[in-house]
Ligand binder design. Structure first.
Ligand code: PLP
Length: 442
């Protein structure tokens, strides 16, 4: 029967991102509401949000402080032109982010997403070298299995075949890749950072020898690779990358879109790991996912190198209509207030130990090939089903919803990154529910 007040939803027009659209539309899963660490589907099923949205809602859903900040902001100033004008909150947020960042990294450029943040960081690197009269430095070095969003720059330096293959015609031409650092033979079931693998950074010397350092602008890596399954940096690896970059005048960019703002138990992974890059890309948690925002934090010296030319000249030909959008700034300031006033970065560090203990208890469960963790993030890698890779991951995702947990899968890898407001009991409950799901899988 047709309900006049609620006509059936037409699913045809909307094209979902990174989704099997035809399958989805045969079995739609629609979210109705979110509160704290839970989402509720329109059919009434309530699920624990095991990945904090897509790594972006560490304070949980509909945090009252963030809701109220955005509501007040929209009533007061809904939009201000971003070029040749500012508004107070965009300056306040930039200063706030600079205070949280590693020392010396204190200039902030705003974008609307991580992808735009990555492309912006690559452009800053090129512009910086040009400004210093080093215009031959145009080559970018990414890493296999790296995810840097879906912009043309991001997929070029990114190292995920499926995200690149169809689009190489548009890709940036001067790119090379470091090997990824995951080797199950040496690091299966490691808790935290593996002790094997620092030497893989030396591959950068090979790339430098091949192309000559004078042609290389920047190296971009995620300190912890998130999207391809929580690949934790081996001890000493990032230190070595830093040393090689510095020696050759190459900028080091950390893509902290996932790790920024507390996920690894420090404001940024750079601080947790004691390695300071030249630029940090951020997004996601900066606004608790409430209003889209991303950006790049750079060392002051990089910013200052570009502040040249006549007084009224534009120094950097780049920006977005919505750079520093007032609603995003209000959400950002409120989110960072909550993060600080509720000590949620320390909470994430404490919950990280709970997650480590809990998730490694799954080692002997069916289909489990590896378990790894870092900060408040973990991955459970499943053995692919014979002849049907990715199916087990997909089924775990679907059964998880019935079991009350919203899992995120990439192929056969399940990633876990619960909200910082979770309780230890909720984390154990998430793992026990996952144990049940694993036991139910074929
Ligand atoms: N960089 C990293 C490390 C990411 O994990 C992501 C998204 O997951 C991005 C960039 C892209 O961010 P967005 O989806 O906001 O464009």
């Amino acid at each position: 029967m047709n309900d006049i007040a609620n006509p059936p939803l037409d699913l045809a027009s909307y094209w979902l991102p990174f989704t099997s659209n035809r399958y989805f539309k045969s079995r739609p899963k629609l979210v109705a509401s979110g509160k704290d660490a839970y989402l509720e589907l329109v059919d009434g099923r309530r699920v624990f949000d095991c990945l904090s949205g897509l790594w972006c809602t560490p304070l949980g859903h509909s945090h009252p402080a963030v809701v109220s900040a955005v509501q007040s902001q929209v009533a007061e100033l809904d939009y201000a032109p971003a070029f040749q004008l500012g508004h107070p909150k965009v300056f306040a947020l930039a200063s706030r982010i600079a205070r949280l960042a590693p020392s010396g990294m204190n200039r902030v450029f705003f974008t609307n997403s991580g992808s735009e943040g990555v492309d912006t960081a690559l452009k800053i690197a090129l512009a910086y070298h040009q400004a210093r009269g080093d215009a031959r430095r145009t080559r970018m070095i990414g890493r296999e299995r790296g995810y840097h969003g879906v912009g043309i720059g991001g997929i070029s330096v990114g190292g995920i075949g499926a995200n690149r293959r169809a689009f190489t015609a548009l890709g940036a031409p001067h790119v090379d890749h470091l090997p990824h650092t995951y080797d199950p033979a040496h690091m299966r079931f490691t808790r935290g950072q593996p002790s094997w693998g620092a030497h893989l950074a030396d591959d950068l010397e090979r790339i430098v020898a091949l192309h000559d350092a004078s042609t290389i602008a920047a190296v971009i890596v995620e300190p912890m690779q998130g999207s391809t399954g929580v690949i934790v940096p081996p001890k000493g690896y990032l230190e070595r990358l830093r040393e090689i970059c510095t020696r050759h005048g190459i900028l080091l960019i950390f893509d902290e879109v996932i790790t920024g703002f507390g996920r690894v138990g420090a404001n940024f992974a750079a601080q947790k790991l004691g390695v300071t890059p030249d630029a940090i890309v951020f997004a996601k948690a900066v606004t608790n996912g409430v209003v889209p925002m991303g950006g790049v934090i750079v060392r002051q010296e990089i910013h200052d190198a570009l502040m040249t030319g006549p007084d009224r000249a534009i120094e950097f030909f780049h920006g977005y209509t919505y750079s520093g959008h007032p609603l995003a700034c209000a959400a950002g300031l409120a989110s960072l207030d909550v993060l600080e006033s509720e000590n949620l970065v320390s909470a994430a560090a404490m919950l990280g130990s709970v997650l480590e203990e809990a998730v490694h208890s799954l080692q002997e469960e069916p289909h489990v090939a590896d378990v790894r963790n870092f900060g408040l993030a973990a991955a459970v890698e499943l053995r692919p089903r014979e002849g049907q890779p990715t199916q087990r991951g997909f089924e775990a995702f679907e059964r998880g919803i019935d079991a009350g947990i919203l899992l995120r899968f990439t192929g056969d890898i399940l990633a876990l990154a619960p909200p910082f407001i979770s309780t230890p009991e909720q984390i154990w409950h998430m793992i026990e529910s996952l144990r049940g799901v694993l036991r139910s899988l074929r």
